[in-house]
Design a protein around this ligand. Structure first.
Ligand SMILES: [Zn+2]
Length: 92
């Protein structure tokens, strides 16, 4: 029987270079970054970003429902995780 509860495959993290499970898909709000993060970032590094994200949101009073705010957060996320540019989100 196929088991839906299988643990996710291990990846080698681009940020900390450790092996580990990737972040949970639903924890990544940035669609454009998801594929890259799911195959090259560990859950621990993602939760570091989540803590930073909360600080940024509070500091700048960002609202995730506002497209410009969301874009600013995505940029901050790329910078924080040192993600390569050139894989921009399609305008929706
Ligand atoms: Zn990591």
């Amino acid at each position: 029987m196929a088991d839906a509860q299988q643990s996710p495959p291990e990846i080698t993290c681009r940020r900390c270079a450790k092996s580990g499970a990737p972040p949970l898909k639903h924890r990544i709000p940035f669609k454009a970054l998801r594929p890259m993060l799911l195959e090259s970032l560990c859950a621990a590094c993602w939760s570091e970003w989540e803590q930073t994200e909360v600080r940024i949101v509070n500091e700048y009073r960002l609202n995730f429902l506002v497209p410009e705010h969301r874009a600013a957060l995505e940029r901050a996320c790329r910078e924080f995780l040192a993600l390569p540019e050139g894989d921009e989100a399609q305008p929706s």
